[in-house]
Design a protein around this ligand. Structure first.
Ligand code: NAD
Ligand code: SER
Length: 312
């Protein structure tokens, strides 16, 4: 059996995806890698910079890797601070992996896109799979370009690349890495540690979000669906839960009645306001049977329980 390689394994998604894949495939069939040192228990770890194409090929050949999960990227808020580096990392990293699939060194790729591919001219409610896409962030531009390249490599060279437009992801194992949706993780930490939270968005800023367990399930399901059923080779819309800061705060108050939230919007508000409020994921439901499990209440219970244990 060929192995799977997770690149960017130490990040918010990678930390959970490595666990999910180890359960599904067996830890001996998985390699975790990152540009930073990491510890993934019994799963073998390799230090790897995705921008180093020679080292990438070396790791893949050394471990007989057939499937790559490429998670290394700069997210929306950080990308606005380092636009040229974000473009380089987000695009060159993808090309390095696509090229290896084109030449037959690997067989299958997972590469995540984002709700950031949409922009202010996109219909914001129940955003369809196919619609106006004019992103206004460096991150969104890189993700939209990445989607086009994925589809191109599938059409031209038959590269089996699969992708999801993740909403904002909420989890407690690893902290998020510089996105606009990070507030919806940070708010749980601050609720437990300080009993209050100052939010960089406005009270009624709605964004599409998802609990990590659902996102990992979607990713593994998509990657284990028969090839013929994957009809979209750019990236699938995926919906979880949509809520605003005031709504998540009210949910937290059910568990921590004295919790308070205040607002001090910064540059991330403009990013959030350019993205959809909710997503239509009918195509993912039809093509590979996607259905989310977590709602705001069940996610909040899990987040507070998981973080209490983590923070002691
Ligand atoms: P993250 O920032 O938490 O993790 C990224 C990981 O990549 C980090 O561990 C980092 O050390 C590593 N990395 C950075 N540069 C690297 C390099 N040159 N070589 C190898 N590794 C490198 O990000 P995440 O939230 O886990 O996101 C993973 C992917 O999912 C990204 O493509 C992101 O755009 C996408 N995504 C995430 C979300 C979300 O809410 N977390 C939503 C939509 C899409
Ligand atoms: N969570 C991500 C971000 O805010 C969305 O892709 O950047």
């Amino acid at each position: 059996m060929k192995k799977s390689l997770v690149i960017g394994a130490n990040g918010q998604i990678g930390s959970d995806l490595v666990l999910g894949l180890a359960n599904r495939l067996g830890q001996e069939n998985l390699i975790a890698s990152d540009v930073r040192e990491g510890n993934h228990g019994e799963v073998h770890f390799e230090l790897l910079d995705i921008l180093d194409a020679d080292r990438l090929k070396q790791v893949i050949e050394k471990h007989n890797v057939g499937t790559v999960y490429l998670l290394a990227a700069l997210l929306s808020a950080t990308a606005e601070q380092k636009p040229m580096f974000a473009w380089k990392l987000n695009m060159e990293g993808l090309f390095n992996v696509l090229e290896l699939a084109k030449e037959g060194t690997i067989e299958k790729i997972f590469w995540p896109s984002s709700i950031a591919v949409f922009g202010p001219t996109t219909p914001r409610d129940n955003t369809p799979q196919t619609t106006v896409m004019e992103p206004t962030t460096v991150y969104g531009i890189s993700k939209l370009a990445g989607e086009r390249w994925c589809e191109y490599f599938w059409n031209k060279f038959g590269v089996d690349v699969r992708s999801i437009r993740y909403p904002g992801l909420i989890s407690y194992k690893a902290e998020p890495g510089g996105g606009t949706t990070d507030y919806a993780v940070d708010i749980y930490y601050k609720a437990l540690q300080q009993g209050k939270y100052e939010c960089y968005l406005e009270d009624n800023t709605y964004l599409p979000m998802m609990y990590m367990e659902d996102a990992i399930k979607a990713t593994i399901d998509l990657m284990h669906t028969d090839k013929e059923k994957i009809k979209i080779r750019s990236s699938y819309n995926l919906a979880g839960i949509s809520f605003s800061p005031v709504e998540i705060a009210k949910e937290i108050q059910k568990h921590i009645p004295d919790f308070t939230i205040s607002y001090a919007p910064d540059f991330r508000l403009a990013i959030a306001n350019s993205w959809p409020k909710s997503i239509n994921d009918t195509r993912a439901q039809e093509d590979w049977g996607w259905k989310n499990s977590y709602e705001l209440d069940s996610m909040t219970e899990e987040m507070l329980k998981g973080l209490k244990e983590k923070l002691g």
